[in-house]
Design a protein around this ligand. Structure first.
Ligand code: SAM
Length: 289
């Protein structure tokens, strides 16, 4: 466990990866580095990827010695380019690749980044990568009402999607939406009941998914990772939203892999108690044929 994030389902993921000394593994979402640490401690060699500069610089500090010993390379980039990043780092014959999707506690708890509805003053940014240009606020200020409704319905499962979109379009006629508070003020017109936090969380999740192109990156990345694996290599993916899990589940149609987990592994009640953010996690594991 790092100060940055607590790795979810760690005790389940690592045995599935069959770590062997001196074999190579990719941690496609290194975050605070808990999975990487576990793989390194079993003798694996790791390429850790993250699109967030803060995660990368945290891991460069945490794993200084491993980096010096050339047992770990850390790369800033989007996992949709996993094949290019592996090539640039001369990383081939890969025995295992792990994805732990979504954002880390470090990202949510940094209230300046706009991922959380708990800091009204923050700019409504939500970009994991500062190399991209479009902030969440840009999306709210630019897209049409129908497109916005589609985002809230598809990614947030929000029955009020059309109403949210209409209120956003009305509000931005008076002044543009720039901060977390600007959005909360609009949403308050729709819901002010005790379950409002759940509602806000869904709106923020939908916006985060679209701001970071999360589903498109995943769809592009997974087949590239499968191509990188050696025969018998393992792909482990932890997802947190049903829409992500659907993408991961569909991999079983691929003729290149077989499913190891017949149904997804989920955290037990103790893990959920110790780390409530793990509650919606689902782990699926595949093996390259
Ligand atoms: C849930 S955290 C991973 C936590 C990590 N397993 C640990 O033990 O600390 C997800 C991480 O994936 C990164 N991430 C999400 N989507 C990404 C993408 N498309 N490319 C690269 N990194 C991504 C986020 O920036 C975040 O740091």
């Amino acid at each position: 466990m790092s100060a940055f994030h607590t790795g979810v389902l760690l005790a389940d993921v690592i045995p599935f990866l069959n770590i062997k000394r001196s074999n190579k593994y990719i941690d496609a979402t290194i975050g605070g580095g808990d999975y990487t640490e576990a793989i390194l401690s079993k003798g694996g060699i790791v390429l850790g990827i993250d699109q967030d500069e803060e995660a990368i610089s945290f891991c460069r500090g945490r794993f200084k010695e491993y980096i010096k010993d050339k047992r770990l390379s850390v790369a800033l980039g989007n996992f949709e380019n996993v094949h290019k990043i592996a090539l640039e780092n001369d990383f081939h014959d890969i025995s295992g690749i792990v994805y732990d999707l979504g954002i880390s506690s470090g990202q949510i708890d940094n209230l300046e980044r706009g991922f959380s509805f708990k800091n009204g003053k923050a700019v409504l940014d939500m970009r994991m990568s500062k190399l991209t240009n479009v902030k969440a606020s840009d999306i709210l200020n630019a897209l049409g009402e129908k497109q916005l409704a589609g985002i809230f319905y598809s990614y947030g499962n929000l029955l009020e999607a059309k109403l949210i979109a209409r209120k956003i379009v009305e509000a931005r006629k008076t002044s543009s939406i720039n901060t977390v508070q600007d959005l909360i003020d609009i949403l308050r017109l729709i819901r002010s009941d005790p379950y409002r936090d759940d509602f806000l969380a869904k709106v923020f999740l939908a916006l985060r998914i679209v701001t970071n192109n999360e589903l498109e990156s995943l769809v592009d990345s997974l087949p590239r990772s499968i191509d990188l694996l050696t025969s018998g290599g393992r792909l482990a993916v932890i997802s947190f939203q049903s829409i992500e899990d659907k993408i991961v589940k569909n991999l079983k149609r691929s003729f290149q892999i077989q499913e190891i987990t017949k149904s997804p592994i989920v955290p037990d009640s103790l893990e959920i108690l110790q780390n409530p953010r793990s509650r919606s996690a689902k782990l699926r594991v595949y093996e390259k044929i």
